[in-house]
Design a protein around this ligand. Structure first.
Ligand SMILES: N[C@@H](CCC(=O)N[C@@H](CS)C(=O)NCC(=O)O)C(=O)O
Length: 235
């Protein structure tokens, strides 16, 4: 990891895929940073001062200046450390636009319904949001085919912006599959995405920052159990 001479601190929470995005980007760039684990139930003074608007992690503090929102942070890292490690976004304006298009798709069409899987209280609701999440994978499979041009990643030969955004979800995909007993990313229906998930998991940077799937299963299962119990007690 390159010591850039800058003071770089990342406030995070271990289970957050948004935090893993930033960790993955910094690892891929080879930029060293200090990681600080936050307790979301008892946010530190530095946390609240640094992100008073959203009060969420990740927060990257670069030489004392906070940068918030994971996508903003990724783009900041790409620009602030442009000379360090490989770029995340392509140089060509059209290819950048395409990468940003799929980034927005991942956020709006995939992560929005998937987030609901962990916020609803009944098996029926969970199945419905899981179905909507799975339905968003078809166009994404086509997007991977278009962006990768026959290479391994959305970024082509290299791991790019969309790879980082989506890659950070892989431990949660595996955990969701284990909890539900169903394949979310089915190699029969989305062969490119299924192979891409294995490929990105094999990167040294991913191995260094991806959460342990057993730990995510325990954490996510706990959320679902608590929500279901709370709903049952109010009936
Ligand atoms: N849009 C934000 C989402 C970040 C987010 O939702 N972070 C969650 C953890 S996964 C959080 O900090 N929640 C605050 C809380 O639970 O109080 C981003 O991309 O950074």
């Amino acid at each position: 990891m390159a010591d850039t001479g800058d003071e770089l601190k990342l406030l995070g929470m271990w289970a957050s895929p948004y935090v893993v995005r930033v960790q993955l980007a910094l690892r891929l760039k080879g930029v060293s940073y200090e990681y600080v684990e936050e307790d979301l139930a008892n946010k530190s003074e530095l946390f609240l001062r640094s992100n008073p608007v959203h009060k969420t992690v990740p927060i990257l503090i670069h030489n004392g200046k906070p940068v918030c929102e994971s996508q903003v942070i990724l783009q900041y890292i790409d620009e602030a450390f442009a000379g360090v490690g490989p770029p995340l976004l392509p140089a060509d304006p059209y290819e950048r636009a395409v990468a940003r298009f799929w980034a927005a798709y991942v956020e709006d069409k995939l992560l929005a319904p998937w987030g609901k899987v962990f916020r609803v209280t009944t098996d029926e609701e969970r199945a419905e949001w899981t179905r909507q999440t799975a339905a968003a994978l078809g166009p994404l499979e086509d997007g991977l085919r278009e962006c990768s041009k026959g290479k391994g990643f959305f970024g082509g030969d290299c791991v790019g912006y969309v790879d980082v955004l989506l890659g950070s979800m892989v431990p949660w995909v595996r955990a969701t599959e284990r909890l539900s007993g169903d394949k979310l990313v089915d190699a029969g229906k989305a062969p490119l995405l299924a192979a891409w998930m294995d490929r990105i998991s094999e990167l040294d940077a991913a191995k260094a920052v991806f959460q342990d799937v057993d730990r995510v299963v325990e954490y996510a299962g706990g959320i679902q159990t608590r929500l279901s119990a709370a709903a049952a007690s109010t009936q």
